[in-house]
Ligand binder design. Structure first.
Ligand SMILES: [Zn+2]
Length: 323
């Protein structure tokens, strides 16, 4: 009963702080259960999301997960009575139209559970995996969602003669569910990055954290995205086919002025009216993590001060490129 649920989400919305529609069937607001962060008044980590024909609730702060009915009941018991009645009436005549929908079979090649992995925050300071994450200066708030996998290939059900440990970076959807994971090598093992999918969705990292209603940034690497405010990453760097519109979006590609391929892609993005970063000459490192490690403490500011679009972007691009 999607239309009834949507109607009641709208009726409930004035009671939900910072309520907004993220896109079809996805709504975001401050969690009514935990109140979200009291320190950060703009944090909103509660979501209504659709699964099949029903709506559910999930908070990424306190972890509450329930259905829409329970949330309505919690906030407004009168509205809840109306809701129950309306759902009952709509369900009463058992003459449902025949369903032509069918379940898309899921070929789960691997176990999506991260339970067998060790979160980095559970490792002591002398552990090499934790030292690796610290050496990349990754902000500590992310340590609980980065994992050590001691045998990556067997965990990922990939065949390899020489299995080895990797850092596992889970890709979560808006509701927090893991649909893909990237395994980053700790050493010289190749390939450096290996991304596996549990579900057939575009490999976009950070969907569980991004707020698309304000300026957001799109980078290439998941780890790079952890250094930029409100940032997602596209593994595989397909900036042309993102499932959201370009307004409010800044594209931040790696700093590769000698790559013909990159420059071609940047030209196309400018032609398609995207805003993107043209790195200044003072920055010589290839990616954001390397910039941070080289001592650029102000990467966010460099990004904001060097975002261009249209003709300015074209001019900046031809001055920047080294081919
Ligand atoms: Zn909450």
């Amino acid at each position: 009963m999607v239309h009834i649920d949507l109607k009641y989400i709208m009726l409930l919305s004035p009671r939900l702080e910072k309520f907004k529609k993220v896109r079809d069937n996805l709504f975001n607001f401050r969690c009514p259960y935990c109140g979200d962060s009291q320190k950060h008044r703009n944090k909103a980590r509660g979501y209504f999301y659709r699964k099949k024909n029903d709506f559910f609730y999930k908070c990424h702060n306190c972890g509450v997960g329930t259905n829409l009915a329970k949330v309505i009941q919690y906030i407004d018991s009168e509205l809840y009575q109306d809701y129950v009645l309306e759902r009952y009436k709509s369900d009463a005549p058992k003459t449902e139209p025949p369903k032509f929908e069918f379940e898309v079979p899921k070929f789960k090649k691997i176990d999506p559970k991260l339970e067998n992995l060790t979160p980095i925050n559970k490792l002591n300071g002398s552990h090499p995996a934790r030292q690796f994450v610290e050496s990349r200066q990754i902000p500590e708030e992310f340590y609980n969602d980065l994992f050590l996998c001691s045998k990556f290939f067997s965990w990922a059900k990939l065949s390899s003669k020489q299995d080895h440990p990797r850092l596992v970076i889970p890709f979560r959807d808006e509701s927090g569910e893991v649909f893909a994971a990237q395994g980053r090598a700790f050493g010289k093992e190749t390939p450096k990055y290996l991304t596996i999918k549990f579900d057939d969705k575009p490999k976009i990292f950070g969907l569980d954290r991004v707020d698309l209603s304000r300026r957001f940034y799109v980078v290439e690497g998941p780890i790079d995205s952890l250094f930029v405010d409100n940032c997602i990453a596209v593994a595989g760097a397909d900036f042309e086919h993102l499932p959201f519109s370009g307004e409010g979006m800044t594209i931040v590609m790696d700093n590769e002025p000698r790559s013909r391929e990159i420059i071609k892609r940047m030209e196309k993005l400018i032609d398609n009216h995207h805003a993107l970063v043209i790195w200044p000459d003072t920055v010589t490192q290839k990616d954001i993590n390397d910039m941070v490690l080289a001592g650029h403490k102000d990467v966010q500011e460099i990004i904001n001060n060097n975002t261009f679009s249209g003709l300015t972007a074209k001019a900046k691009l031809s001055a920047w490129k080294r081919i």
